[in-house]
Design a protein around this ligand. Structure first.
Ligand code: PLP
Length: 452
């Protein structure tokens, strides 16, 4: 790694990326390639000799970009966005530049200490109770994804329950994962009555319910589970309550969105993804836990090769014991740069402007009598559909296909209680009002053609 080459080649790649952003709107948002397209474009085996960067970048342009769906396009309205920013990119570069492996404190003290500080900063911005913060009685950690975080707290909850039940004897009990039905009547949020029913049913069958995952901003519809009420049921039956706020958690930096997480003090753990709606490039998931010791009890390893005085002193966090893998990236640098470069003021502005655009889109849908809003909007996700006239089951699916195949926008769908709905998730960093207006015009035009 020669610093001069590093500097020159990095600049070339940055210029390449800047050019990509400059031309982003020229590409079809959803890639149109067929499966296997790349293997016919690239050699069958790896090169023996080094190749010039210029050749590689040419291949990125000619072979890779056609197979990229442009998540950073302002016309990307599918799934939940992965909003990036210059600050997120710079933080990612610093993380990659140092390339440390901060599995324990001694392996790179700054990595651990910055992570703890940034998790407390984030927790304070989200107004989490101090029981989740290092400055209180809990603590936080960065994972790569919400699913990873959920698996870790699930392991902690299981081991806690096993301990309370008397240990190993129960280890071979049948596993007991339940999806609890939601419906239109509750706006697709989890009903405390249904939860209670499911718990009592399991107990009657000799099972031990031990973990409840509630969601703030569900993926299909942005529904919000009633945390305060669910928390009471969870406490009554000694369930570990985890809150998945992957998408909507970022919204809690805005006072007007805070009420959605009322009751958070009843949870044992909570996670959210800054890589969704907090201008932080992939990947970054914050997990806070009230009793980090339970996570460590469940996940820690203590091989001789990693033993050191700092760990022995118990005065430091060894983050390898808060996650599945041993190795870990210096993700905190990225989140730290994002928070510092934007400041709370601009981060709130970002969330609010997405919500304002979603509100306007929702109003436009409401004004067109051919369409209907299917679920009331809470954040920047609008779920809507063309009202089916006769039994035209495929109408909305065809509409999504027509929009996506135009290349001018990309949307996705969900099925709620058997009903196909179109999701319009507003929130890429570059989306502005005129993109949303153009999307609505496109939807109307395609609907017109389909209805003719
Ligand atoms: N939970 C919710 C509510 C989500 O919306 C998503 C993804 O969109 C996930 C979890 C999965 O997150 P991850 O990919 O970080 O595991």
């Amino acid at each position: 790694l020669d610093p001069v080459t590093f500097s020159n080649e990095s600049k070339a790649v940055i210029d390449f990326i800047a050019d990509y952003y400059e031309n982003l709107e020229k590409y079809p948002v959803q890639s149109t390639v067929e499966p296997g397209y790349l293997s016919v474009m690239l050699p069958e085996s790896a090169p023996y000799c080094p190749e010039p960067l210029q050749d590689i970048l040419e291949d990125v342009s000619n072979c890779i970009i056609p197979g990229v769906t442009h998540w950073q396009s302002p016309n990307f309205f599918a799934y939940f966005h992965a909003n990036a920013s210059t600050a997120g990119f710079l933080g990612e570069m610093l993380c990659s530049g140092f390339n440390v492996v901060g599995f324990n404190w001694i392996s790179s003290p700054a990595a651990t200490e910055l992570e703890s500080i940034v998790l407390d900063w984030m927790g304070k911005m989200l107004k989490l109770p101090s029981s989740f913060l290092f400055s209180g009685t809990g603590g936080g950690v960065l994972h790569g994804s919400t699913c990873e975080a959920a698996v870790c707290v699930l392991a902690a909850a299981r081991d806690k329950a096993l301990k309370e039940l008397g240990g190993e004897t129960r280890r071979h009990s049948p596993s007991n994962f339940r999806l609890i039905e939601t419906s239109f009547s509750t706006g697709f949020s989890l009903s405390p009555e249904n939860l209670r029913f499911a718990i009592e049913d399991d107990i009657k069958s000799g099972l031990v319910p031990l973990f409840l995952c509630a969601t703030i901003g569900t993926t299909p519809s942005g529904a919000v589970d009633p945390i305060a009420e669910l928390g009471k049921v969870a406490m009554e039956f000694k369930l570990w309550l985890h809150i998945d706020a992957a998408y909507a958690g970022s919204g809690r930096i805005c006072p007007e969105l805070r009420h959605y997480l009322d009751g958070v003090e009843l949870a044992n753990s909570i996670s959210m993804n800054p890589h969704k709606w907090f201008l932080t490039n992939m990947d970054c998931c914050c997990l806070w836990i009230k009793e980090p010791k339970l996570l460590v009890d469940s996940l820690s390893t203590d091989p001789e090769i990693l033993r050191n005085n700092a760990s022995k002193s118990k005065a430091v966090a060894d983050y390898k014991d808060w996650q599945i893998a041993l190795s870990r990236r210096f993700r905190a640098l990225k989140l730290w740069v994002v928070i510092r470069r934007h400041g709370l003021a601009n981060l709130m502005y970002h969330i609010r402007s997405d919500i304002a655009m979603a509100k306007r889109f929702e109003a436009l849908v409401g004004e067109d009598e051919r369409f209907e809003i299917v679920v009331p909007r809470k954040f920047a996700l609008v779920c809507f559909r063309l009202k089916p006239k006769v039994e035209e089951e495929d109408l909305n699916r065809k509409l999504v296909e027509a929009i996506n195949s135009s290349g001018r926008a990309f949307m996705s769908h969900a099925v709620l209680s058997g009903i196909y709905v179109i999701r319009c998730a507003i929130g890429t960093t570059l989306t502005q009002q005129h993109h949303v207006d153009a999307l609505w015009k496109l939807i109307q035009d395609k609907a017109q053609s389909l209805l003719m």
